[in-house]
Design a protein around this ligand. Structure first.
Ligand SMILES: [Cu+2]
Length: 374
């Protein structure tokens, strides 16, 4: 653990008010040790070491594991059992992405990421693209780890072209940065390259091919999430919206409307949207119908003061975490407001997703399996 991490010590708790309910906040001083003063981040107090936010999924035929959407505080999962998690299976995250599987080996979380060509249809009945996937997925598997985890990524290149994987936003050794011809030789077709680093940078980031924009545009990107020891963003739902504008068209999580995943939630829930601009070319203005959201983090870093918006501009490489608390049930549109990215004369297309918001009394399934204590 770096001195920077150790500096993120909780200092004091105060009481605040949100939505009419008293909510306890912790104020995390982020500046000690960095020589910066006066920079405080207000975060909810639900944070426990190693806790992950609960993640809602909706899969046909899947059992309702938790019975209802549990608030973040009650979803500590394996916490307190004293048993470190040894393995994570792939989990559907209900947003069109899947949680990456890993296995603990000698204290290191090991991920195997195989890049390979794949035929990809972004929307039902649509054109079939020559795409690139990792573990057969577009976007690549969502990597979710805890701050301080030692990580190993075994990257196998089964594509007919060289590649390298960059861990965007990560504080890591130069040799692990994944820049071909600068920090490593490109991973040749048929070869394997192993990256090893420790999760220091917290929050929402992403990983992608750094070989050239075409690989990224064809699908070689995924969410990279590091759950902080302190100060995790409290939410009832946790979804990703990764914007792509390359050869696969205008896509959210690799899909064009009506192929995009439909999100679920209920009135009053804190719905976390992790907005990630994967490009490789364009800026997108993401608008959530029905009121506003709060921007709570940018590029993984908590904002000292959350900002309320209804539309946020996400450029290539940027990430934002926003919290949306729906006030009314219905089918609410989430889309890029550049209309050529989301509309045609015949209706919606491309960067459009629908959030199905149920009444506050709804009991939606959630899956606690994502809580990781390894
Ligand atoms: Cu757009």
């Amino acid at each position: 653990m770096s001195s920077r991490d150790r500096s993120r010590t909780s200092l004091l708790s105060v009481f605040g008010d949100r939505g009419g309910k008293a909510v306890r906040y912790m104020v995390v001083g982020a500046a000690i040790g960095l020589g910066i003063t006066g920079v405080n981040v207000v975060v909810p107090a639900s944070d426990s070491p190693g806790a992950g936010a609960p993640v809602a999924v909706h899969q046909a035929g899947q059992a309702d594991v938790a019975g209802q959407a549990a608030p973040a505080q009650q979803s500590a999962g394996l916490l307190g059992t004293g048993k470190a998690q040894q393995k994570q299976d792939m989990v559907d995250l209900g947003d069109g992405t899947k949680l990456a599987a890993w296995e603990m080996k000698d204290g290191v979380k090991e991920f195997v990421l195989t890049a390979a060509p794949m035929q990809w249809q972004a929307e039902p009945g649509g054109r079939v693209f020559d795409a690139l996937s990792i573990n057969g997925q577009i976007p690549a598997p969502t990597i979710r780890v805890n701050e301080g985890d030692k990580l190993r990524f075994v990257v196998k290149n089964e594509m007919p072209q060289p590649t390298a994987i960059h861990w965007h936003g990560m504080d890591l050794p130069n040799s692990q940065d994944g820049v071909p011809h600068l920090t490593q030789h490109p991973i040749a077709p048929g070869e394997t390259f192993t990256y090893e680093w420790t999760a220091i940078s917290t929050g929402t980031h992403w990983y992608h091919s750094h070989m050239h924009g075409d690989q990224e545009g064809r699908g070689l990107y995924g969410s990279l999430e590091v759950v902080p020891r302190l100060g995790e963003i409290q939410s009832d739902r946790d979804y990703r919206i990764i914007m792509g504008d390359g050869p696969l068209g205008f896509v959210f999580n690799g899909k064009s409307f009506p192929g995009t995943a439909q999100l679920r939630g209920a009135v009053g829930e804190r719905i976390r949207l992790r907005l990630i601009g994967a490009g490789p070319e364009m800026v997108h203005s993401i608008h959530v119908h029905s009121g506003f959201f709060e921007v709570v983090a940018q590029d993984g870093h908590r904002k000292a003061i959350p900002e309320r918006m209804d539309t946020i501009t996400v450029s290539v490489g940027q990430t934002y975490d926003v919290i949306w608390v729906p006030t009314r049930p219905g089918k609410w549109m989430i889309h890029c407001h550049v209309f050529s990215h989301s509309e045609t004369p015949n209706g919606m297309q491309g960067m459009v997703s629908i959030a199905n918001i149920e009444p506050a009394t709804a009991r939606l399934p959630s899956i606690p399996g994502i809580t990781s204590t390894g």
